[in-house]
Design a protein. Structure first.
Length: 224
């Protein structure tokens, strides 16, 4: 998380340097119909986030950002501190919607600093192993409770809202851009599973984490 924050801050500083070199007379805005981008940071948690940005109109400094999300793969140390066997798996999906407001005037309608606010929904299904009490048949055909390692499942529905400050940098004479952001959000999680308590709320980056969190991202994309 620390390295991700430093990377985002570095991109924002690059934006300040670029802004200082712009000529005083800005050229006419470049048409911007759609932008498609890939968020690199969720890959560390086996998350695949693809964002679609649509401007409200020609030259508008407002846009809507839709981010479908998919999750599939093993659970790692970055996500959860409780996995022990290396067999933990996650599958899931989600959607995030943000309204962006770009600040100031720049040569491109989707270039520059922005503030954004929005909401999100995520659904996770996790498979893992953990010790629990379960009745098992004994040699006398009677059932006895035994405490041992077993296959477990947990399903999590998570709802969130966030406000972010970011910098989208369109590279000169190309359709490519870099987008970095950092903000503050609040999430509510509804876990259900074979264990009486949630297994995936050990850190802010865990799948079942609830409460305040720091949304951070680094996207690479292309304008269409």
């Amino acid at each position: 998380m620390r390295n991700a924050l430093l990377l985002v801050l570095g991109v924002c500083m690059l934006g300040v340097t670029k802004a200082q070199t712009l000529p005083s007379a800005a050229p006419a805005p470049t048409p911007w119909r759609w932008g498609i981008s890939w968020n690199l940071l969720p890959l560390m948690a086996n998350g695949y986030h693809v964002s679609l940005e649509k401007a409200w109109g020609p030259g508008s400094r407002h846009s809507i950002l839709l981010t479908p999300q998919g999750y599939r793969g093993p659970v790692n140390d970055l996500t959860s501190e409780l996995h022990e066997t290396g067999t933990d798996r996650v599958r899931g999906y989600g959607l995030e919607v943000h309204h962006r407001i770009y600040l100031g005037a720049t040569p491109s309608p989707a270039d520059g600093y922005y503030v954004a606010y929005g909401a999100s929904y995520q659904h996770f299904r996790l498979q893992f192993q953990a010790k629990s009490w379960q009745p098992e048949a004994g040699p006398d055909n009677l059932y006895y409770y035994e405490y041992r390692l077993r296959n477990q499942t947990e399903t999590i529905d998570r709802y969130g809202a966030s406000v972010v400050l970011g910098r989208q940098l369109v590279f000169p004479d190309t359709s490519f851009f870099l987008d970095a952001y950092l903000g503050l959000g609040l999430r509510k999680a509804d876990p259900r599973g074979t264990l009486p308590t949630t297994h995936y709320a050990s850190s802010m980056s865990d799948y079942g984490s609830a409460g305040f969190y720091l949304p951070v991202g680094l996207r690479v994309g292309m304008a269409l």
